[in-house]
Ligand binder design. Sequence first.
Ligand SMILES: [Ca+2]
Ligand SMILES: [Ca+2]
Length: 112
Amino acid sequence: MVTGAAVFSATPALAKGSGQCQHQICMWEDINYDGDLYVDAPAVVGCHDIHGWNGDNEISSVRNKSDRYTLYLYSEDGCVGELIKLHPNHDRADLAYYFVNDDAESYAVRDE
Ligand SMILES: [Ca+2]
Ligand SMILES: [Ca+2]
């Protein structure tokens, strides 16, 4: 696990051109922060929907750019069914590596 994570964490710099987002919580359709940017939102504490038409069950890479808040992804709307947790200033270039690719339907921002 640790070895694989190190390999993935070395790649984000290459995807910088397509991987830009304006706010702190960012989720893309494709791995390596590419494809459609379905979520580009400020880190507001609480439960938030990923849009049901463009976003639900499509998220493949995620960034939590907040230096304070923790991000959780859930398999169902309403923050039900926790998939993965991202500490502040963490990202995941390929959610398939964590067996949660194309599964998220909502997310929560928490002050922990
Ligand atoms: Ca996807
Ligand atoms: Ca949703």
